[in-house]
Design a protein around this ligand. Structure first.
Ligand SMILES: [Zn+2]
Length: 82
């Protein structure tokens, strides 16, 4: 999990702590607790949010991505694609 709670998504979902059940939803953007822009989130499973890489189209845990803290957003492509 590379984000910080609370997680605010543009589908009106807010997570102040880890969800207790797996969740899946339509691809959505938002912000984390550090006001970092988070993108392409599609759910939560096994202790991490799930994010889609638009290059390889895989759905991966956020740990498969890095943050661009200098511009306050997550990286779009997964670490493998980059
Ligand atoms: Zn990728």
């Amino acid at each position: 999990m590379i984000y910080r709670y609370p997680i605010y998504l543009e589908n009106s979902m807010t997570f102040t702590e880890p969800p207790t059940e797996p969740i899946h939803f339509q691809k959505c953007n938002g912000y984390d607790g550090n006001n970092l822009r988070i993108t392409n989130i599609v759910g939560y499973e096994n202790g991490d949010f799930l994010k889609v890489c638009p290059h390889c189209n895989r759905t991966l845990p956020t740990e498969a991505f890095r943050l661009r803290t200098t511009i306050d957003r997550d990286q779009s492509w997964c670490i493998d694609c980059r």
